[in-house]
Design a protein around this ligand. Structure first.
Ligand SMILES: C[S@@+](CC[C@H](N)C(=O)[O-])C[C@H]1O[C@@H](n2cnc3c(N)ncnc32)[C@H](O)[C@@H]1O
Length: 381
């Protein structure tokens, strides 16, 4: 490990381990739990691991599951968060991103095979920093382009998930050298096989803001031209439509640590999955893009959050993960065969998070000079 650390420019094995830990915490690499069985993708078919009336969990490689087990055009929605690219610094090019894309191809063709024509594919994918440099990888954009160009998916819409509770990492660029800002947005690529997958934004309306509610009460609206040249019609904004159309920005912290799932994992000594997404992510897309009774599939299911939410929302579901230890913990979401365990889905927080406009005046400019070398050297204090 010492030699590997030195080769990559770290001063010690400890520093190397810390960097790995940081990536792991960030969900940018996947570290298999100790003693986890490693299914041989060549020989081992995914096994049905758990079943209940509306859901199935498979253990094994989901590429194989999609190629051999799931029916063609049998899934209405794939919503998933794949392991993020493990990116090593290279002298040139983007080899690791390429390796990631090549690895992903088997899943992309599986998605095409199992998804219905009316279905949608939603991929939650975080960005990544190149190792040792304040430079971002392009791999998640390249993945999107590959899915569209090589696998003929349509980009129905790109969403962004803003996690206001994300830590200011990597500390070196954000906290120490102060040359980058917090990276707190994940991309959510919503793709489909046709330009018209089944969808309705009426399923995900939000409460109107207070001024809008007042406007409805007043019954009048300034119909003058907006800054972009658009002139709203007299009536279109005045009609109460039951809620506001959401933006393609989902603001949701990912801080839950005391759910029944956590309790179960702690009691049974199973690892708590380190890169879970919050229930609101699958919930939003399940509601907007599927009907009750439709089938939702998560091929990188981890703790099976997608399965739990799909169950709560009355959809059928299939989850698959390579690591049995994660599935052992996931069972805590489903073991009780009691429907009270699955009350209808409720968001955990209804208050909005505050997003502030650019705020430029806290420190006078001359008290915050730009480093002459762009931050190439560390500040002395
Ligand atoms: C980012 S995590 C997903 C976490 C999940 N969204 C949750 O909320 O718990 C990615 C998962 O993909 C799994 N994985 C990696 N390769 C896989 C494969 N070929 N087939 C199935 N699962 C795989 C990993 O074991 C890991 O649990």
């Amino acid at each position: 490990m010492k030699a590997a650390a030195e080769e990559l420019g770290y001063d010690s094995a400890e520093e190397y381990l810390m960097a790995l830990h940081e990536l792991h915490q960030n969900g940018q690499i996947h570290v298999p739990p100790k003693n986890a069985p490693a299914p041989d993708p060549e020989t081992q078919r995914p096994q049905l691991y758990f079943e209940r009336a509306d859901g199935e969990i498979y253990h094994g490689d989901s590429a194989k599951l999609m190629a051999d087990e799931l029916g063609e055009e049998s899934v209405d929605l794939i919503v998933t968060s794949p392991p993020f690219g493990l990116l090593k610094e290279k002298d040139y090019g983007n080899k690791d991103a390429d390796a990631y894309l090549n690895w992903f191809d088997q899943f992309a063709s599986g998605f095409r095979r199992v998804l219905k024509e009316s279905g949608s594919l939603v991929i939650d994918i975080g960005g990544a920093w190149k190792r040792g440099r304040p430079v971002r990888s392009l791999y998640h954009f390249e993945l999107l382009i590959r899915l569209c160009r090589a696998f003929d998916f349509k980009l129905a819409q790109e969403f962004y998930w803003w996690n206001p509770a994300k830590l200011p990492l990597p500390a070196e660029w954000v906290n120490i050298r102060r040359i980058r800002v917090r990276d707190s947005v994940n991309c959510l690529w919503w793709l489909s096989k046709t330009p018209y997958p089944k969808a309705s934004n009426k399923r995900v309306l939000q409460p109107y803001k207070e001024d809008m509610t007042k406007l409805f009460e007043r019954g009048s609206y300034n119909t003058g031209e907006r800054s972009g040249g658009h002139k709203p019609g007299e009536t279109s904004f005045l009609n109460e439509h039951g809620g506001a159309i959401p933006h393609n920005l989902i603001s949701l912290a990912n801080t839950s640590s005391n759910t029944a799932y956590h309790k179960y994992c702690r009691e049974k000594n199973h690892p708590i999955h380190p890169a879970r997404f919050p229930s609101g992510i699958p919930a939003f897309f399940i509601r907007m893009l599927t009907d009750k009774g439709d089938t939702v599939f998560d091929p990188f299911a981890g703790s099976c959050m997608t399965g739990e939410v799909a169950e709560q929302m009355g959809r059928e579901w299939i989850c698959c993960d390579l690591e049995e230890e994660y599935l052992e913990g996931a069972l805590g979401r489903f073991l009780e065969d009691d429907d009270s365990l699955f009350p209808s889905y409720e968001p955990s927080r209804s208050k909005p998070y505050e997003a502030v406009p650019p705020f430029l005046s806290i420190l006078p400019e001359d008290e915050a000079p730009l480093p002459e070398d762009g931050g190439a050297s560390r500040p002395s204090n």
